[in-house]
Design a protein. Structure first.
Length: 238
């Protein structure tokens, strides 16, 4: 995620996200429970950072790490909308002539859906108080579609504006020291995980049979393209 970060677009959206459900919560691997240990069950406070072109990568990483070091922030979401833009995506549109012995398909009514956080972590680090956790690396995340209903990948890609068979390189950059106490509780360990965040689109696929001149809706699909990272912290207390 090599774009830059503007302070003017840093938004604290904890209330919106918790109430409105912009980015749904994801599951975490369960820690081994001991009789003297409990995991945090408090409400997650989420902070969203949106990248732009006004800061250097070093300044961007500094701000990300500053937010990650705040023990009261359990989830930090970093988005880069430039990752949604792809060039040279051309749709092979359907022909209106249905007399050939071949079925025709077209993709229409593309609209935005809610962002979604992936259920599988891209990187994880675990450590106790005083340990510096670092999960800085690059990961390729595949773009997916739920169903094509007979439409070609070219038709889907042209309608959506990006390749449905491509991948997105996500830059993970997170470093901070595990605190010894959070909200007055003694920390035993902290699990730090990065998850992909997807921009979703909905689309409808229509079919014109080879022996017909009319289009019939075949179904509605969902496309997901990665464009950010959700950093999650899960504490285990003594």
């Amino acid at each position: 995620m090599c774009k830059k970060l503007s302070m003017t677009v840093i938004m604290l959206l904890s209330v919106v996200m918790l109430v409105g459900g912009i980015l749904p919560s994801v599951g975490h691997a369960q820690e081994n429970n001991e009789s003297i240990s409990t995991e945090s069950t408090e409400s997650t406070e989420s902070t969203v950072l949106t990248l732009d072109d006004t800061m250097t990568v070093s300044e961007q990483n500094s701000i990300i790490n500053e937010y990650l070091s705040d023990p009261n922030i359990d989830e930090l979401i970093v988005l880069d909308e430039s990752l949604l833009i792809e060039s040279n995506v051309i749709e092979n549109g359907p022909s209106t002539n249905a007399r050939a012995i071949i079925n025709k398909y077209k993709v229409q009514n593309v609209r935005g859906g809610s962002d979604a956080t992936g259920s599988s972590g891209l990187a994880t680090a675990i450590g106790g108080p005083g340990v510096v956790l670092n999960i800085s690396q690059n990961k390729s995340v595949a773009t997916t579609v739920s169903a094509n209903f007979g439409a070609s990948n070219a038709a889907l890609s042209g309608a959506l504006g990006y390749s449905v068979t491509g991948t997105t390189t996500i830059t993970i950059s997170g470093t901070f020291k595990v605190p010894s106490k959070v909200n007055g509780k003694s920390v035993k360990s902290l699990k730090f995980t990065a998850y992909p965040v997807y921009k979703t689109k909905l689309y409808d696929v229509y079919k014109m049979p080879w022996n017909s001149f009319s289009w019939t809706k075949q179904g509605t699909g969902t496309a997901k393209k990665a464009y950010g990272v959700s950093y999650k912290k899960v504490y285990t207390y003594k």
